[in-house]
Ligand binder design. Structure first.
Ligand code: ADP
Ligand code: ZN
Length: 751
């Protein structure tokens, strides 16, 4: 024995074409299928295929992620039933990207594939299948001798003489007959039938007046040179462009892209959804005639159309929010992330990817430079420049030598008595009055929408809260309703205390509605405009409001963080921050960073013209390092104070973090589950010789949401790769208790 000739084994192993299929739902691991001979030409990785699955051989659809010739034992594999797509949805690189994302973010591969290929593309929006008829050559040659009823003969002759294939209705029309003779020709196989998918969508690009590039100032020139060095070397390089608000970062992007386009390549520009303002769109359109602007109000037909234009390589510039990072550019030459610190670049549902990290992967694998820009860089990127992994370029001055605005804090603790009348302190009131007299415009920021932020009974102390989330309800004046800002629960605003019937129930706190009312009452006759998610529900309302403000029809713009970013209005000479502390006391390690960013960004909306600008920040904590650094426009000061704290307590950017959130209708179940998870983590970490730091499990900052109790667990380690491996191991072994839903968030942004 043991002498079976090698030949014998090889004979039984025949080389076959095998496709690896990943499903969107159901089993998470890929399955191998045989590609039958007739399908070999169209069975390409990156297309969807329908395959038999399970005991009943039900036909299900999955993504083909790999096709390879393999030696296999015949009969072991099922065969592909059909290839669904006639175009390839994902290139090899994009398939590799999805694989990396699934592995990195610890989520199912199929889920990532569904996120990367837009639903509009998967659903073939804006296309339809048409049947095309033509006459085979042999038939055409026998046409004269064919014995056929007159109508069929006439139709066949017309089709044979036509210059292109015709649809059945077209042919019926041309031959002046009904469908019956045509059906008969098809049955007799005298005509050739082809089914093709055609697109009926077309959109015109909005015209824009072309605008020549601006002459760059020395800072901009230096920044552009650094970026272009990276382009010319055609190697992956990351550049952090740290430019103060109004330093002209966009102009640098525009001229860098111009070089990329001239070299025949494509650029992807990511901006936060909120900054896809008409102004931004206009600036890009004025510079590039061929451009795809991707935004959330786009319908499926247009989205599919844009996707195909990009994939064909005809569109050199793609501008969009987070998911535009998946634009199927065949010749990527550069990726730009403007306002790279924005948390909207992180997706808050699975796959919980961060567009900045996906961009870094694409840039590295497609040999394209990555440009990150911000006035308030994320500490993650800042740290990378310190570690020498990213090149830092600074633009510390505004264009045209406009000075940065003067920022002053108004200490609400000592200014209390003068503040007696509502949300606007005496100092801010004076400044608004002066600005009106000088015919300037102003922005008042209050990061809370609604009218009053909580409703409480002064007699018994009862607070009106959401029955599902236990969060204080916000009073909205429009329909006189009380709304939960977490789950949108609504009830009529109470006229008396629901607990003790006392009729003097009180509405406390300030939202943008109440601020708007106060402004109107105290500055009668002055046009005031409010922008928050309540007033900006309709598509286009955002653009309309900004237009009104630009024209000067409104003097005062009141709003939430929506108005803090990206706007460029030279006539704005005053910014008032009504309450700088709203984000400060959140139990989140990034609370200080967010506050610094928000104040710096909103301050940046003023002084953008020759009239200068002033910023007044109302706060109860003027000595807080984040607020102090913001008033001085001093990013380095902020980073110098914040980084040691992050390092000491093992937070990002020094350690990698993974956050687990578990929720259920009873509080004990998610807590117990996470406790067990933590215990297992400790064990596995020991086995892997990995140092980890656990925080929790504890009640999540939003402890109850939509009737469910939420707990979270934060796991930190300096070895990100091993940390993910350990979490994966424990997650695989975790038995989820009934009714508990839990999620894993790698590199969490909100905590
Ligand atoms: P940032 O994005 O850094 O806040 P922007 O790119 O919006 O700054 O530029 C601020 C303003 O300065 C814009 O109105 C822009 O058109 C203008 N600008 C930019 N660069 C120049 C330049 N080199 N010369 C003149 N104006 C410029
Ligand atoms: Zn609620």
């Amino acid at each position: 024995f043991n002498t079976a000739p090698a030949q014998w084994e090889v004979d039984d192993l025949v080389s076959h074409v095998v496709a690896k299929i990943v499903f969107s739902t159901g089993p998470q691991k890929p399955f191998d299928y045989l590609v039958p001979e007739p399908l070999v030409a169209e069975a390409i990785a990156g297309r969807r295929m329908r395959v038999p699955f399970g005991r009943g051989d039900r036909l299900v659809q999955g993504y083909c992620v790999e096709v390879a010739a393999k030696q296999i034992v015949p009969g072991k594999l099922k065969s592909i039933y059909e290839v669904v797509d006639d175009v390839t949805l994902l290139s090899r690189t994009m398939l590799d990207l999805t694989h990396w994302m699934a592995d990195y973010y610890l989520c199912p591969w199929g889920q990532v594939l569904d996120a990367v290929v837009p639903a509009a593309v998967r659903g073939n929006a804006g296309t339809r299948e048409v049947t095309l008829l033509s006459v085979p050559r042999e038939t055409a040659m026998q046409l004269a001798t064919l014995k056929l009823p007159a109508k069929q003969h006439a139709a066949l002759s017309i089709l044979a003489g036509a210059s292109r294939p015709m649809t059945p209705p077209e042919l019926a029309n041309a031959a002046g007959c009904t469908q019956a003779p045509i059906m008969a020709l098809r049955k007799k196989k005298l005509v050739q039938v082809e089914i093709r998918r055609i697109s009926f969508a077309h959109f015109d690009d909005e015209p824009a007046e072309a605008e020549p590039p601006k002459e760059l100032n020395p800072d901009q020139t230096a920044a552009l040179r650094t970026i272009l060095n990276a382009v010319e070397e055609e190697r992956h390089q990351s550049v952090l462009l740290h430019g103060v608000t109004g330093s002209g970062k966009t102009e640098v992007y525009l001229q860098a892209i111009q070089k990329v386009v001239a070299a025949g390549k494509q650029a992807i520009v990511l901006v936060p959804e909120i900054s896809l303002t008409p102004q931004t769109k206009h600036r890009f359109r004025a510079r590039f005639s061929q451009i795809a602007l991707l935004h959330s109000h786009m319908n499926d037909v247009e989205r599919h159309w844009q996707w195909k234009r990009i994939a064909s390589g005809h569109i050199p510039v793609v501008v969009g929010a987070r998911s535009a990072i998946f634009a199927p550019t065949p010749r990527l030459g550069m990726i730009i992330l403007d306002e790279e610190h924005e948390s909207s670049f992180k997706q808050d549902t699975s796959p919980r990817y961060h567009a900045r990290d996906v961009a870094a992967w694409r840039a590295a694998h497609e040999h394209a430079p990555l440009i990150l820009g911000s006035a308030t860089p994320s500490l993650e990127s800042w740290r990378q420049t310190q570690a020498g992994e990213m090149t830092l370029v600074s633009m510390p001055r505004r264009v045209n030598d406009y000075p940065l605005p003067d920022v002053k804090t108004i200490d609400l603790r000592i200014d209390r008595k003068s503040q007696g009348r509502g949300a606007i302190s005496r100092q801010l009131y004076q400044a608004i009055k002066r600005t009106i007299e000088e015919d300037g415009q102003m922005i008042l920021l209050l990061n809370r929408r609604g009218y009053a932020t909580h409703i409480q009974c002064p007699a018994c102390g009862e607070k009106v809260v959401c029955p599902e989330c236990e969060i204080p309800l916000t009073h909205h004046l429009a329909d006189n309703v009380a709304i939960c800002h977490y789950c949108d629960y609504r009830r009529p605003a109470p006229k008396s205390c629901p607990a003790c019937d006392y009729t003097g129930i009180h509405f406390f706190g300030y939202g943008t509605q109440k601020l708007e009312a106060e402004v109107k009452a105290r500055f009668p006759g002055v046009e005031c405009l409010r922008m928050d998610s309540d007033t900006m529900k309709k598509p286009g309302s955002h653009e309309a409001a900004l237009d009104r403000f630009r024209r000067g029809d409104a003097k005062i713009l009141v709003g939430t963080q929506m108005i803090a970013k990206g706007l460029d209005f030279p006539n704005v000479t005053l910014v008032g921050v009504i309450n700088a502390d709203t984000a400060l006391h959140f139990p989140d390690v990034r609370a200080g960073e967010r506050t610094f960013q928000l104040i710096t960004q909103v301050a940046g909306r003023t002084g953008r013209g020759h009239k200068g600008g002033q910023v007044l920040v109302q706060t109860l904590s003027p000595d807080h390092p984040a607020i102090e650094a913001a008033t001085r426009h001093d990013y380095s000061l902020f980073a110098e104070r914040e980084l040691p704290f992050r390092e000491k307590f093992h937070f990002s950017p020094f350690a990698k973090m993974v956050r687990l959130v578990a929720r259920a209708e009873v509080a004990s179940a998610p807590e117990a589950m996470l406790e067990e998870f933590a215990k297992q983590m400790v064990k596995v970490a020991e086995d892997l010789d990995l140092a980890i730091f656990l925080q929790g499990p504890a009640a999540a900052p939003i402890e109850k949401l939509r009737g469910q109790y939420r707990f979270h667990l934060l796991i930190k380690s300096h070895d990100g790769e091993k940390l993910r491996e350990a979490v994966k191991l424990v997650a695989a072994k975790t038995k989820t208790p009934d009714d508990v839903i839990w999620t894993i968030d790698v590199d969490p942004v909100d905590m």
